[in-house]
Write a protein that binds this ligand. Sequence first.
Ligand code: SAM
Length: 222
Amino acid sequence: MMPIKIIHTKDGSKSLFLPELNETYHSKFGAKTESEHVFIQAGYQYVTKQEIRILEIGFGTGLNVLLTYLAHLHDERKIYYESLEKYPLPADIIKEINEVDDEQMKQIFNLLHSVPWQEDVTLRERFVLYKNKVDLLDFESQKMFDLIYFDAFAPDKQPEMWTQEVFDKMYKYLSEGGVLVTYSAKGSVRRTMQAAGFTVERIPGPPGKREMLRAVKVACSK
Ligand SMILES: C[S@@+](CC[C@H](N)C(=O)[O-])C[C@H]1O[C@@H](n2cnc3c(N)ncnc32)[C@H](O)[C@@H]1O
């Protein structure tokens, strides 16, 4: 694992910085605010299905699982959430990032980090988490998904995660009408998604970012 540093973002939530990549795990303008905006509001709340299979690219600090869990406290939907991660974080970093005042968040955070990898685990009624320790580039599945949280490191830092092959794969594993959301609004990313068959819209981004992308697998578009 590369050296890693805890950082404090503008909304008070913590994130991580990887000096070797010169890359943070979240926006410096607010880790929690960004994840809520991009993945929960533009993704989870946008999909209206009663049963949602979510695929996340990469698990990282578990913030997106945590926020989805919190959103799920207010609805009756059935969630299957598979989160891929090539580089699980070391225990000391997880412990430090979870030193927060909010007791509820702390408990949920501990729960999702304590459950094993490569196993379906019921976190709460109607919410199953499968943490998959795998490289996205090697990922294969028998399952189809309704919503993809595409939260890889930025395209200029990790270009191999933003290729046509990867978006072809994402397209393949999405059900018809399925949605992929990402914080990136880059023109080249949008065009690569379109080449993979997605219908892509630019929508307002979180603080510090004018736009983000939401891609939909429109029925029979490929
Ligand atoms: C921008 S961070 C976001 C992580 C997470 N969603 C969070 O909120 O903390 C990108 C994540 O993708 C993971 N990752 C990098 N390369 C990967 C790969 N080839 N396959 C799967 N995950 C990868 C990183 O280790 C990191 O956890």
